[in-house]
Every structure is written in C-alpha cells, then in structure tokens.
Design a protein around this ligand. Structure first.
Ligand code: NAI
Ligand code: MG
Length: 354
C-alpha cells in the first residue's frame, strides 16, 4: 500500500510527523514516500505543486496531507500561492467528496465552546462538494465595470456554478453515507437567492427518490449556521457545496472542542483519497511544538478505513486516541483545568504507546 506523504508548511510538518509515527507502529505493509508541497515546494521548485509531487500523489493509493500556506506568500500571484497546491490536488485527482466528521469525544465535552448538554454525544458528518462551486467556476477576474452601480470603476468577479452530474454524484455519496448512520440528510443551500442553489435543491430532491429509506431536509445556509450552534445534534449527514461546506465545517469543528480534532477525507470515484486535518498551517503557532496532531492522526485512521481496507487498524488508532484523552493528555487548544498539558510530540508519543 503506497502512501504519498505531503507535510506542507507551518504546523503541517509537525503534525504529519506524528501521524507517520503512529502508522509505523501498526505492522502493516505501508510504503511511505514524502514530497514537498505548498510554500515548501515553492521554495525548492518555484511551484506549489511541482510535477514530481503531483505524480507521486497520482501513483499512490492514498495521500496523507498536512497543510499549506503562510502569510509571507500573500503577495505572490495566485497560481503560485501555496493554497493552489491543495486545490490542484483536488482537481487533478477528481477528489469531489469531502467527508468531515464532527465528533465530540466524551472527554472533551468541556472543551467545546457550547454547553455540555448540547454537544455530549455529538456525531455529525459534513459532506462538502470539493471540485465545483465558486472556488473553481470560470470566468473570474478583475476588470473595469461597464454596468452596475459604478460604471468605470475597478471590479472583481467569480462565478458560482454546478452541473447536474456534479450535484448528482455528491447527493448519492450523502444518501449512501446516511444509510450507514442515522438515515437523515440535510441539504444546505441558498435557493431563495441563488439560481445555482435552486438547481442544487432540485437535483438533490430528484436523487432522493432513489433513497426512500433516508429522510431529506432542505435548509438555507444562514439557518444552518444558526442551527449548528443551537441544536447541533439535530443533524446527521449534512451535504452542501464547496464554499458553504468550507465555512460550516470550520464552525462544526468548534463543537468538538478544537479544529485540531477534526479529520477529513477527500475521495474520488476510485476510492483513492487524500486525508488531511480540516485546519490550515496555523502560522501563529508553527514551530512552537504545541499544535494538536490528533486531527491528522484521526485522518490517518480514515485513510486506513476508506482507501487501504484496513478497518481494524483504523479502529486501533481511534481507540488509542480516546484512551490518550481519557488519560488526561491535552495540547493547549483542548486543555482545561485538571488535565495535563502536552506538546505535539508528546501527544503523538502517547498515541503510539496506547
Ligand atoms: P488555520 O486553520 O491554520 O488556523 C486557525 C486557528 O486555529 C489558528 O489560531 C490556529 O493556531 C488554530 N489551529 C489550527 N490548527 C490547529 C491545531 N492542529 N492545533 C492547535 N490549534 C490549531 O487557519 P488560518 O489561520 O485562517 O490560515 C492559515 C493558513 O493556512 C493560510 O495560509 C490559509 O490559506 C491556510 N489554510 C490551508 C488549508 C489547507 O492546507 N487545507 C486549509 C485552511 C487554511
Ligand atoms: Mg477551510
């Protein structure tokens, strides 16, 4: 089983090192090869996603990804910015289905910013469409306005678009996932204002006809943002477009205690997958050895389950994480009175030992 290991920038290198350590003690035939991506690749090759890295990713069964980005690259032309590497990987590998499970571990109920009774037992799955929407839609750019309120002024524009097959395939993924869980799908849109999302709503409703055993609810994105903090446990599977999914999944991460706890899987139709924590490169804490590696370690568990057909190994990692939390180990982002504050490496060591 070939794994492409792409640590990237900032805390990416620190947290991926811990996940690799955990994978190495599993006694599985894993072949791991590392390559630079993002700002690290720009420094070495002048491009955030060089061909050598892309080819390694294409040939792998799965990709373990850290994070990319740093403020120091903000001035670069957009195609050279580190973030283009993750967008490029998603696009080149066709990774359209992004799974972001938000689970509130019993031991972290107190770390959530919500009242314990709202998050205790929380287990929701956000499924974000990852290769369409306004993040990829053309045309986009800057120009001089010829109409609108200020003709002659500078303006910028992006294009929100979804095709029927793009919506159908992510809807199928969501209904099938719901069958393995609570049999409820909430499709989040903005159909009241946006034609793209009226179309989204229509197509999801059509696909639903093939899943009579799953309940379908439609919700506007503004209400969904509110309901996520008001009664998060009323959700089971949430399916939505690229941009709304980006925002709502970060919001959902805070229900679990910290974005440092939230893993993710991005899959294509060949079950090849890219696994990464939901957070970014956290330049504010990079190099300090305090980043929480658990989101990345839990992403490695998802990798074993979804792409590498090693579900027992995935279970072992997840139960090791639970026992480490039960033993009181906490990185600063999830620390509370009465628990033991540890750094990135100590947290990784504790999971390895467990
Ligand atoms: P971020 O997710 O990197 O950080 C947001 C906040 O969460 C920061 O205060 C950070 O310290 C904290 N945080 C994140 N991960 C943590 C962890 N494992 N343990 C403890 N605390 C953690 O988002 P931000 O600051 O908006 O972006 C920073 C850079 O990352 C930017 O260049 C951005 O474009 C990039 N980014 C990259 C992503 C990717 O590689 N997939 C995703 C999101 C952002
Ligand atoms: Mg994001």
């Amino acid at each position: 089983m070939k794994i492409a290991v792409l640590p990237g920038d900032g805390i990416g290198t620190e947290i991926v090192a811990e996940a690799v350590k955990v994978l190495q003690v599993l006694d599985l035939p894993l072949e791991m090869e590392q390559a630079p991506v993002g700002g690290a690749a720009y420094e070495l090759h002048g491009h955030p996603l060089p061909d050598s890295t892309l080819n390694l990713a294409k040939a792998a069964d799965a990709i373990l990804f850290g994070a990319v980005g740093d403020w120091k690259y903000d001035k670069l032309d957009r195609p050279l910015r580190p973030e283009q590497a993750i967008l490029g990987l998603r696009k080149h590998l066709g990774l359209f289905a992004n799974f972001r499970p938000a689970i509130c571990y019993e031991q972290l109920v107190g770390a959530s910013s919500l009242k314990p009774e709202l998050v205790a037992g929380l287990d929701i799955l956000i499924i974000r469409e990852l290769t369409g929407d306004i993040y990829f839609g053309q045309p986009r750019g800057r120009r001089t306005a010829v109409d609108g309120l200020f003709p002659g002024a500078d303006e910028a524009f992006d294009t929100m678009r979804y095709s029927r097959p793009e919506i159908e395939r992510i809807a199928h993924v969501a209904f099938q996932a719901a069958r393995q869980r609570g049999r409820k799908v909430t499709s989040v849109d903005k159909a009241n204002v946006l034609e793209t999302f009226q179309f989204w709503k229509d197509v999801v409703t059509e696909v639903h006809a093939q899943y009579p055993d799953v309940e379908l609810q439609h919700m506007y994105v503004d209400n969904a943002a509110m309901q996520l903090v008001k009664s998060p446990k009323s959700f089971d599977v949430v399916v939505t477009g690229n941009m709304f999914g980006d925002i709502l999944s970060d919001e959902a991460s805070m229900l679990t205690g910290s974005i440092g706890m939230l893993p993710s899987a991005s899959l294509n139709d060949r079950k090849q997958g890219l696994y990464e924590p939901s957070h970014g490169s956290a330049p504010d804490i990079a190099g300090k050895g305090i980043a929480n590696p658990l989101a990345t370690i839990l992403s490695a568990a998802m990798m074993l389950r979804f792409s590498l057909q090693a579900p027992e190994a995935a279970d072992r990692i997840e139960s090791a994480v639970k026992s480490v939390l039960a033993a009181g180990y906490r990185t600063p982002d999830i620390w509370s009175e009465g628990t033991q504050k540890v750094g990135t490496r100590e947290m990784g060591d504790a999971v390895v030992a467990a």
